[in-house]
Design a protein around this ligand. Structure first.
Ligand code: GAL
Length: 645
């Protein structure tokens, strides 16, 4: 079932307003109300003295109005007394500074005291509300890692990292070898000698850093389990969810999601656009509505983590406060974003927040209602969505997949080698090329079963071992089409080079890679493909075909004639290697030939117009200020058409 929801902070408002708020939420067509995730200070004003009365009344008020509560565990904001009580709760940043109290997310995931305190508050809440009939779901914490908080550099993290390394490598010799510590005399004699990869004179060993990133990610997953274990014990049958963020990869979302019933994310299309590296003219065009592919890419990431419907826990309802500049959304944008979320596999869209805060850090952030409690624009748009949305939608499916691996994000960002290298942007260019052809794109992990997809895109398959190579080889041999992008097959899982590249992918790709080119922003070179020149920037792998045929060559004077794009026939399938970083138009041209050979139906969608299907229900979404007609359907400016067939 599709539902709408809202984030609500009863503790911010006089109690006499709660009943009316709840009645209005219900009238608006909302179902879920998320509360409580920052309320520790009011729930336990002094150590071990709980005040649950107000929360009892708030939950009852919402429940009596026929609403369902998502109750947040309040751990993103440990109160002052807690922080003062223990000397190991506060995080330490990369520069070695203790991060202070006075905002949020100031705790360390590996603090033993904080784990104990977390168990205590989560147990208290779960005992009290675990069986409450109005509580249908729990949200663990809030946005793990927001404000750059996944990686902490405190003594507890250092000690826990040493234990983690010991478990991974068994002996310190194995670690020295895996990290290639012979370089610069970095060999250790004991795990206790290993420090965290900060405060070094120049960059630390990237193998050391990659393992620290893995460890930090595992620490988040582990910390989340403290919540899920207790919630499942006291509140069986309720959903346990967490809310993540756009283009956020500091922890491995595949791993976190395994321990959740539903993954959710917080969609702020205008803030996302402001922070994106898109060109200024593109940003200007989408100023008040956001870029459709950036938004839907994230929807598809969150669908892909479980290959199941996700929720948008926080949907931007108006202006945000946290981007460098914060434009007002176009009228209709909130409606468009809400429908787009459903189109890409959301089951729930919740708006952030019910009423704009009159004080503190987020007072410039809009809500469904204004500071004074009267309805803002988004209230009307949310009501429209409530009326228009289908009650239920089929699952999403796709013939084309895009592979996402957080470890490849970490490894390539640790050694970018070209200013402007950005793993997310590379993935988005492949994604965009396929979306522009009217295709659904499933985002999934490289090691998952790929046999259901006709074509799989692997933009930067950087860390590869024999098992992964075999898995991909099997997929291709059995008839799959694999498109491999730049920087693939370069490193072992320990982040050291395969010699020669592309290591275990050599047979599949049918090339060897002798050299790579890393280009600074502003430099554009060209390839020649089918008698036409196409641009590339940022990165080039120089391919030497062994069994592959050459489809495109570099025009660049320094290595003119070297293969840039190759195709290798393997068993019943094909492996296409795209050696250079190029734009989504060029990728679309390269992909089109493969997709047509697979008999997929392609539609050329204009910029800003997108389609997405959930089963037989097809959505058309227009992010332009003018009407557009596609596949015989006219989509109004900033509007949506839902074709239910
Ligand atoms: C999210 C966060 C919310 C609120 C919101 C503002 O990142 O979860 O608590 O800060 O952003 O846009």
């Amino acid at each position: 079932m599709t539902k709408l929801g809202v984030c609500y902070y009863p503790e911010h408002w006089p109690e006499e307003t709660w009943k009316r708020d709840a009645a209005r939420m219900k009238e608006l067509g909302l179902h879920w109300v998320r509360i409580g995730e920052f309320a520790w200070g009011r729930l336990e004003p002094t150590p071990h003295t709980f005040d649950f009365d107000w929360l009892d009344r708030a939950i009852d008020t919402l429940g009596d109005a026929g609403l369902n509560v998502v109750l947040g565990t309040p751990t993103p904001t440990p109160p002052k007394w807690l922080v003062d009580r223990y000397d190991d709760v506060l995080q330490v940043d990369k520069q070695g500074h203790v991060r202070g109290f006075g905002s949020r997310r100031h705790y360390c995931f590996n603090s033993p005291s904080y784990r104990t305190e977390t168990e205590r508050i989560v147990t208290a809440l779960a005992e009290r509300y675990g069986q409450h009939e109005a509580v249908g779901a729990w949200q663990t914490d809030n946005e793990y890692g927001c404000h750059d908080t996944v990686r902490c550099y405190c003594d507890n993290c250092r000690n826990a990292f040493r234990v983690w390394l010991q478990e991974r490598y068994g002996s310190v010799d194995a670690l020295n070898e895996a990290w290639w510590n012979v370089f610069w005399s970095m060999e250790y004699r004991d795990f206790d000698e290993v420090e965290l990869p900060n405060l070094t004179v120049t960059e630390p060993n990237p193998s050391h850093s990659l393992d620290f990133y893995r460890f930090s990610s595992d620490s988040v997953v582990d910390y989340n389990r403290v919540h899920t274990r207790i919630l499942r014990e006291y509140s069986p049958g309720r959903l346990v969810v967490h809310n993540s963020m756009f283009f956020f990869g500091d922890y491995d979302h595949f791993k976190l999601t395994e321990d959740l019933d539903v993954i959710t994310w917080d969609s702020y299309p205008l803030g996302m656009l402001e922070q994106s590296p898109l060109p200024a003219d593109v940003k200007a065009h989408y100023l008040r509505v956001g870029h459709p592919d950036l938004i839907s890419f994230n929807h598809d990431v969150y669908y892909g983590l479980k290959q199941k419907p996700f929720w948008v826990m926080e949907q931007q309802p108006g202006q945000v406060n946290w981007a460098d500049s914060n434009p007002l959304p176009e009228p209709g944008a909130v409606r468009l974003w809400s429908h787009q979320a459903f189109a890409h596999g959301a089951d729930v869209v919740g708006y952030f927040r019910w009423r704009a805060a009159v004080g503190a850090q987020e007072l410039m952030h809009a809500g469904l209602n204004k500071h004074d409690g009267s309805p803002d624009h988004a209230t009307r748009e949310a009501a429209e969505v409530a009326r228009e949305k289908p009650d239920a939608l089929p699952a999403s499916s796709a013939d084309v997949a895009l592979l996402l691996d957080y470890e490849n994000l970490w490894a390539t960002s640790l050694q970018p080698h070209a200013q402007g290298w950005n793993y997310w942007s590379l993935l988005v260019s492949y994604y965009q090329a396929a979306r522009r052809l009217g295709l659904n794109v499933a985002i999934t992990h490289p090691r998952r079963d790929l046999s259901g997809y006709k074509l799989v895109m692997a933009p930067a398959l950087h860390l590869v071992d024999d098992a992964l190579a075999k898995h991909l080889q099997d997929y291709v041999e059995q008839g799959g089409t694999l498109v491999v992008g730049p920087r693939s097959g370069f490193k072992t899982l320990s982040n050291v080079a395969h010699a020669p590249a592309p290591g275990p992918l050599t047979e599949l790709m049918g090339v060897s890679i002798e050299h790579v080119d890393g280009l600074r922003p502003g430099i554009t070179e060209q390839i020649r493909y089918a008698q036409t020149r196409y641009p590339y920037t940022t990165w080039a792998d120089l391919l030497t075909p062994t069994t592959a045929e050459t489809l495109a060559t570099y025009e660049t004077r320094a290595y003119r004639g070297t293969a840039a794009v190759t195709r290798n026939q393997v068993g019943d399938g094909t492996c296409l290697t795209v050696g250079m970083w190029t734009d989504s138009d060029t990728l679309g041209t390269l992909l089109r030939a493969e997709l047509e050979a697979l008999s997929l139906t392609l539609t050329d969608l204009p910029d800003g117009v997108r389609s997405a299907s959930r089963g037989e229900v097809r959505y058309y979404l227009n992010f332009n200020p003018h009407d557009a007609t596609v596949e015989g359907v006219t989509v109004p400016a900033y509007g949506v058409v839902i074709d239910r067939n």
